[in-house]
Design a protein. Structure first.
Length: 694
């Protein structure tokens, strides 16, 4: 496809000289806590480079490998540049180019037909393909609210941890990331920041050089674990047991801050009783680690101050993920770590923006009126697309509009997801930049712009700055921003409310409350005025300002074992004795960047890391093909015999597009659709498998 700059060169010799180079403020749109400020270099209408904005402190003058190659993605030869309609079987990827007029008329006619019967038979499906407030849910939210479509519960990444923070702290809040550089002890828990948060890793290394001790708590021996002083490789899903054992030791060592607990924690006595039952020996048996290692970690956490925990979302993708986050979040409250600006915990900072983001003004839920459409969980999309109409569920899903997501690759139990999207009677529209697995199943594909081609506003879940993304170049081909696509669809549907006339700058100016848009535009970012040590004197965003232990409707947090484990499903564990987790490959971000050749070349092919003893017992050799399977399906992967996998656990690095897998599948063939204890999130890392040499 033609991906040249949209303006052809002039034939006038007087205009032959290149235009001056300009730099445009940008923001990384991807699902990463770092939310980097970008500087895009543009000349003659073409983006030449994407670099870190050197003036933005949180970006620290550097980008990850993925985003530093963003021009390669924008000018990719396989960019979708024109509307297309399907001409082959669903999933075949056979399409032909059509006009925007034909595409919009086709979509509107089908949606009107379905909505006349029941608008809840129409479902939006989106997530964090962009984290932008405009190109995410601004005009899209208005469209679906006005339509009365089913609502989507967007759970696929962080809902268990988010619900846990809300139940404990009153919101998704935490310490300011820059002060990790001053911590003397850092627990990197369920996180591989070299892959997933490179700027936090820079701060952790600053602390390390200044004498801080770093612990990594993760089933996998990651690149980050290699560079920490200690690594505690627990079994997947046992983090809650470890947290309780640490509390047991804090009590035994008399390391509690009784003054902080008395003034700022509600319900400690119930928690104390529970923790005293979890000796290091008991937790060691559950977690599969040495009791002495748990004692060493507890001793460090009790005595080295200030101590900080960088928690990440990997550890909450199991049945008991919500309870585990609640327990871990209580640790700094028991030791008074919050008294120091370099102490406390950070999982998400997004709650700091709760009073700044004008989501209701952007998405206009008031357009629903008195209607209250059903809610469908995005993590069970495979089941729900295959359901018939039924009481308690509602009408069968007849149409899905997918944007900012690739569910056929990323949703759990993907064989069911693919089967659902393969329904011939399901009308599917996909807004995309590339021909993903999901786009292959579409009836109509609409070309969407990349971050270099549209306006957007970004908050962060890893720091407390608001960022602006200016369009650096004109849209390539006939690509359009999501906002414009939903404006055009609204017009075709006959939605005449004035809000559907708002252009992107109008949306951007109303996206935030209390932030001067002109100041944001002038600099590219604005910093929220958050105290350096926000909870030194309590003041959590709970009704009384205190941390909650015994949460209404939830009780005191406890260890909740996995759905699939020796303890809960012994017969299943005999047939499938290996736990499988599917952490991200270093050069991918969910399923984004998988089609960027330079990054895919680095990754090579889909692999399974397996411990040497587990490999030997199964006749698996390094570099050989293996069959990984359970009752839900099977996949072929290339074996990597490595101590990065702990005994009894295999690591299927993801998330590859299914059609780029060795057998047209990816690791989500094996995951299930059962949900977490809090937040109704997916349990991706709660999965038993067996492995055979193929």
């Amino acid at each position: 496809m033609d991906v040249q700059a949209p303006n052809p060169p002039s034939s006038d010799p007087a205009d032959a000289a290149p235009s001056p180079v300009k730099h445009v403020h940008g923001a990384c749109p991807h699902d990463c806590p770092d939310t980097c400020a970008l500087r895009v270099t543009v000349q003659d209408g073409r983006a030449l480079r994407v670099q870190a904005d050197p003036e933005h402190e949180r970006t620290l003058g550097a980008l990850c490998t993925k985003v530093s190659r963003y021009t390669e993605r924008t000018y990719h030869p396989e960019r979708l540049l024109y509307p297309m309609k399907r001409v082959g079987p669903k999933g075949s990827g056979q399409f032909q180019r059509i006009s925007w007029g034909e595409a919009l008329d086709t979509i509107a006619a089908r949606l009107k037909e379905i909505a006349a019967r029941d608008p809840e038979a129409i479902l939006p499906y989106s997530y964090a393909g962009t984290m932008g407030l405009l190109q995410g849910e601004a005009m899209a939210g208005r469209f679906f609210h006005r339509l009365g479509a089913s609502r989507l519960d967007r759970t696929i990444c962080a809902s268990a941890g988010g619900a846990a923070l809300g139940a404990t702290y009153g919101g998704k809040v935490g310490m300011k990331v820059q002060f990790f550089a001053e911590s003397r002890l850092i627990l990197i828990w369920g996180s591989n920041p070299i892959t997933s948060s490179v700027h936090f890793w820079t701060l952790a290394q600053q602390a390390k050089r200044a004498g801080a001790k770093l612990w990594c708590i993760d089933p996998r021996r990651t690149d980050s674990a290699d560079k920490c002083h200690r690594h505690l490789a627990l079994r997947p899903g046992t983090d809650g047991a470890l947290a309780l054992a640490l509390m047991h030791e804090l009590i035994r060592l008399e390391a509690l801050d009784h003054d902080y607990i008395a003034r700022h924690v509600n319900g400690f006595n119930q928690l104390k009783e529970r923790a005293l039952a979890w000796t290091p020996e008991r937790a060691a048996e559950v977690c599969g680690v040495e009791a002495g290692l748990i004692r060493e970690l507890a001793q460090d956490y009790a005595t080295v101050k200030p101590a900080a925990i960088r928690l990440n979302y990997g550890m909450q993708r199991v049945r008991g993920g919500g309870n585990a986050v609640r327990l871990i979040a209580l640790l700094p409250c028991l030791t008074g770590a919050w008294r120091h600006r370099a102490g406390g915990l950070l999982l998400s900072a997004s709650g700091w923006f709760a009073n700044v983001r004008n989501d209701a003004g952007l998405q206009r839920p008031d357009l629903l009126g008195e209607r209250r459409p059903r809610v469908i969980n995005m993590s069970t999309i495979g089941q729900d697309l295959l359901r018939e109409a039924a009481p308690g569920f509602g009408p069968r899903v007849e149409a899905v509009l997918v944007y900012n997501s690739n569910p056929v690759a990323v949703a759990p139990q993907s064989a069911q997801v693919a089967a659902g999207f393969a329904r011939e009677d399901l009308f599917t529209v996909v807004l995309e930049q590339f021909q993903t697995d999901t786009a292959d199943h579409a009836d109509i594909v609409l070309p969407a712009t990349t971050q270099l081609e549209h306006l957007d506003v970004h908050t962060s879940y890893g720091h407390t700055d608001v960022l602006l993304n200016e369009p650096a170049i004109a849209p390539l081909g006939e690509a359009k921003p999501n906002t414009e696509i939903f404006r055009l669809l609204a017009a075709r549907m006959g939605f005449d409310e004035p809000c559907f006339q708002d252009d992107d700058e109008t949306l951007a100016r109303h996206a935030l409350k209390g932030v001067d848009f002109d100041d944001l535009r002038a600099r590219g970012w604005v910093r929220l005025p958050i105290p350096d040590a926000p909870f030194a004197e309590g003041g959590f965003p709970t009704p009384d300002g205190k941390v909650i232990v015994d949460a209404p409707g939830l009780g005191v947090p406890d260890f909740v074992p996995n759905y699939e484990s020796t303890e809960t499903t012994p017969e299943l564990a005999r047939r499938y004795p290996l736990a499988m987790i599917s952490p991200p490959a270093r050069h991918f971000l969910n399923s984004t960047f998988v089609n960027v050749k330079s990054l895919r070349d680095i990754e090579g092919e889909p692999v399974l890391e397996i411990a040497p003893d587990d490999a030997m017992a199964r006749g698996v050799v390094d570099g050989g093909l293996v069959r990984v399977f359970n009752d839900r399906g099977e996949i072929r992967l290339r074996a990597r015999v490595s101590t990065r996998a702990r005994p009894g656990v295999v690591n299927g690095l993801g998330i590859w597009w299914r059609k780029l897998g060795l057998d047209g599948r990816n690791v989500n063939e094996l995951t299930h659709q059962r949900l977490t204890d809090l937040g109704q999130g997916p349990s991706f890392y709660d999965c038993l498998v067996e492995v055979q040499a193929a």
